[in-house]
Design a binder for this molecule. Structure first.
Ligand SMILES: [Zn+2]
Length: 446
């Protein structure tokens, strides 16, 4: 009996002894390999327009932040190493025109409705880490949008509040001037300054200036820019008046290459063009508007880009300040597809790669007054995109034609807050699974 008891006693001790040995071993192993960085990105060509970097550089990340951009950072100091040889490393893309107020109100269109999209599935595969939802919610619906999308997305989601209280809930709201309350819009913007970066006017059809005026008034009250999707009018409202009288420097004119005043290829949308298609020149008042500080944004969308506008503008050196998608169910699988696709399209019509990257990173960061974003500055959050600039025969189209291109940007990797959130070709060592979002609580506060 005693022998048996003694045996049992020893048997119980063995696992404890084993555990103690394992703990000793792992702690000493850990001590030997204490890493300086959580991640080192090796051998990539860094393009960082803010810091004027355009050369082979390594990037080190720690604690969610960029801590070093330099030649030859020791890979052994990184817990995770990304092989970016032959690839381009840029700041995470910023897309300032998307529609992510997805929901189940079947009449809601882009406001809590089926025409909008959930964020993370459409951002990270495209190298996008920050988006601005362009007016899908208004002051009456913003808090629902915040709860459903902003707080539950790994993507950093900002909002431009629609001047229409309901947001983009269809013509009965969007074409109703009584729905446009500058005071209430500004109050909501001031209540959530960390989320709301602008005011949006969209889809108003009619020969009236009040919608623009109310949006700008809200922008003034909250001290934030407005983004104008100019709707349509017959005869069209003159863009010169919009740019030189109604808008302020820093205000954004989206769908800038989408105007079709009836002399265009397909159909009248009642909006003046910025390029005179008889002379193929950017109209002089547009150049003056740019000098005054009006921002020209792409907002490519389902049908809001025309080669007859974009190509002559690019050829003459008039580049958009920002490239943005206008991403929604109607554009996601059409000519637009994604940021890298339209960035490649702009390269195909003559916009230099470096300028394309600036228009997708640092420029939009400045436009939304978030200059802590859009660069690889040391100390900034580690939102990084890695691209393969493929060479070959590629094609791009829009509603008025198509072009061939020699390059296509393909997203290899997206890093958000120092974590790999998209990894196409397993180029990290080790390749680890991204954290799964939890379904029953907000992922994080942004
Ligand atoms: Zn839009």
């Amino acid at each position: 009996m005693l022998i048996i008891k003694l045996k049992t006693h020893i048997m119980h001790k063995i696992p404890l002894l084993f555990l103690a040995l394992v703990m000793l071993f792992t702690s000493s192993t850990h001590a030997q390999t204490s890493y300086t960085y959580s991640m080192v990105i090796k051998g990539g060509h860094v393009i960082d327009p803010k810091n004027k970097i355009d050369e082979l550089m390594d990037v080190a990340v720690n604690d969610g932040k960029i801590v070093l951009v330099a030649k030859n950072i020791d890979a052994k100091k990184g817990r995770q190493v990304v092989d970016a040889k032959g690839l381009y490393v840029t700041p995470g893309l910023i897309d300032i025109h998307v529609h992510f107020f997805w929901g189940t109100d079947l009449q809601g269109t882009y406001r809590n409705g089926p025409l909008a999209l959930p964020a993370d599935g459409f951002t990270f595969p495209a190298g996008v880490t920050t988006v601005v939802d362009a007016g899908s919610s208004g002051w009456k619906t913003f808090e629902t949008f915040k709860k459903q999308t902003i707080d539950r997305s790994q993507t950093r989601v900002f909002s431009e509040l629609n001047i229409v209280g309901e947001g983009m809930a269809g013509g009965r709201f969007e074409n109703n001037i009584d729905e446009m309350d500058a005071q209430k819009t500004a109050e909501m913007a001031k209540k959530y300054p960390e989320n709301i970066v602008g005011v949006k006017l969209a889809h108003f059809n009619g020969h009236r200036w009040e919608p623009t005026e109310r949006a700008v008034e809200a922008g003034k009250l909250a001290n934030i820019p407005v983004m104008i999707d100019f709707g349509g009018a017959d005869p069209y409202l003159p863009l010169d008046s919009l740019f030189s009288v109604k808008l302020r420097p820093g205000d954004i004119y989206t769908h800038c290459f989408g105007g079709d005043d009836g002399v265009g290829i397909n159909k009248l949308n009642g909006r003046e063009q910025i390029v005179d298609i008889k002379t193929n020149k950017v109209k002089p008042f547009v150049l003056k508007a740019r000098e005054r500080g009006i921002i020209f944004d792409v907002g490519f969308g389902g049908a809001s880009f025309l080669f007859s506008q974009g190509t002559p503008a690019i050829k003459s050196g008039f580049f958009p300040n920002s490239i943005s998608t206008d991403l929604h169910t109607g554009s996601m699988n059409g000519p637009m597809k994604s940021m890298p696709n339209i960035m490649s399209l702009f390269m195909a019509i003559g916009m230099p790669f470096k300028d394309v990257i600036a228009a997708s990173t640092w420029n939009p960061a400045k436009e939304i007054k978030h200059e802590e974003l859009g660069s690889l500055s040391v100390g900034s959050g580690a939102d990084i995109a890695i691209f393969n600039l493929r060479e070959g025969a590629f094609g791009f189209y829009a509603r008025d034609g198509q072009v061939k291109g020699k390059n296509r940007l393909e997203t290899e990797m997206t890093i958000r807050n120092g974590n790999i959130v998209y990894n196409l070709n397993a180029i990290a060592t080790p390749n680890i699974l991204p954290a799964a979002p939890q379904s029953n609580k907000p992922i994080k506060e942004h």
